[in-house]
Ligand binder design. Structure first.
Ligand SMILES: C[S@@+](CC[C@H](N)C(=O)[O-])C[C@H]1O[C@@H](n2cnc3c(N)ncnc32)[C@H](O)[C@@H]1O
Length: 277
């Protein structure tokens, strides 16, 4: 498919910015993805439900708070959760270009199912990144180690894919040494939350690194679990095209605010290095 035409296809969007090639859809990704053409997306970042909203408590900013994120994050049981992961991952694989890649974040509640599903349907797993959060909240019960990491699996469409890896740029960002799969990145800074809160917002720095590592300018990026639009902001900042799918219009409105701020007001820009083309 000619990617230049992707943004002309007739799927009703919630928000569109033609100039910057951004489209947001207010839909269930399981229903919308089948309408996307196959082999049309260069890169996918997915931050799916982790299924950890189990009524427990955690510590946030020194206070006891519920771990519940919303109905969308409630576990349906191991088998149903795995069926769900297989379903959206299969659609993602179908829409990726032949050399396209996917990144999926998760904790132990979901990441083993994601990794197994990827192997079942023939993705080629490239790396598992350990995202280390240096300032993680303490464990209140004192019966477990402090949770301070998430895993991000990076995989190519299939065994034949020749994926993009901007090796030299990653080395540059790692003080001239080969970048390791252990990434120390703090949770989102307050300045990333000025337009409102999302319970599982990812730091821009994480998305910027992912995009810089595995995409080129003008590539088409898809996030099927858009949330507050962190992937969208990183894509715009790095001159990539963006498609986001999200069931909640509240979170899409937050995304639009973040995008409009990013496009009109570059004061928060963090990136200092652009990938060589
Ligand atoms: C873990 S959060 C993503 C957070 C995002 N990475 C950010 O930085 O803000 C997952 C999001 O997916 C949405 N969601 C859950 N199930 C969905 C589905 N089937 N289709 C589309 N969106 C879904 C939820 O409303 C939630 O906002």
């Amino acid at each position: 498919m000619n990617t230049a035409n992707f943004f002309d296809i007739e799927i009703k969007s919630y928000y569109e910015d033609k100039e910057h090639s951004i489209k947001l859809f207010c839909e269930d990704c399981l229903e919308l993805l089948p309408q996307f053409p196959q082999n049309s997306i260069d890169m996918i970042f997915a931050d799916p439900p982790y299924f950890l909203s189990n009524g427990g408590i955690t510590c946030h900013a020194g206070r006891m708070v519920s771990v519940n994120k919303g109905k969308w994050d409630v576990s349906q049981g191991a088998e149903e959760n795995h069926k769900f992961n297989l379903a959206w991952l299969s659609e993602c694989q179908r829409v990726l270009t032949k050399n396209g890649v996917i990144w999926v974040s998760g904790t132990a509640h979901v990441i083993f199912s994601v990794g197994f599903a990827m192997q079942q349907i023939g993705f080629k797993i490239l790396n598992d990144i350990i995202w280390f959060k240096p300032n993680a909240s303490p464990n209140l019960s004192c019966r477990y180690f402090t949770h301070s990491t998430e895993t991000v699996i990076w995989a190519a469409k299939n065994q034949k894919s020749k994926h993009t890896f901007n090796y030299e740029l990653m080395k540059q960002l790692s003080n001239g040494k080969q970048m390791r799969n252990l990434w120390e990145i703090s949770p989102p800074q307050p300045k990333e939350k000025v337009h409102g809160k999302h319970p599982t917002q990812k730091p821009l720095k994480l998305l910027e690194r992912i995009l810089l590592a595995s995409t080129r300018e003008n590539d088409i990026i898809l996030d099927p679990f858009n949330g507050s639009g962190t992937t969208a902001v990183a894509a715009v900042r790095l001159n990539r095209k963006y498609l986001g799918i999200e069931v909640s219009n509240e979170y899409l409105n937050l995304t639009v605010k973040r995008l409009e701020d990013e496009l009109t007001n570059p004061r928060f820009r963090l990136v200092t290095i652009k990938p060589s083309q």
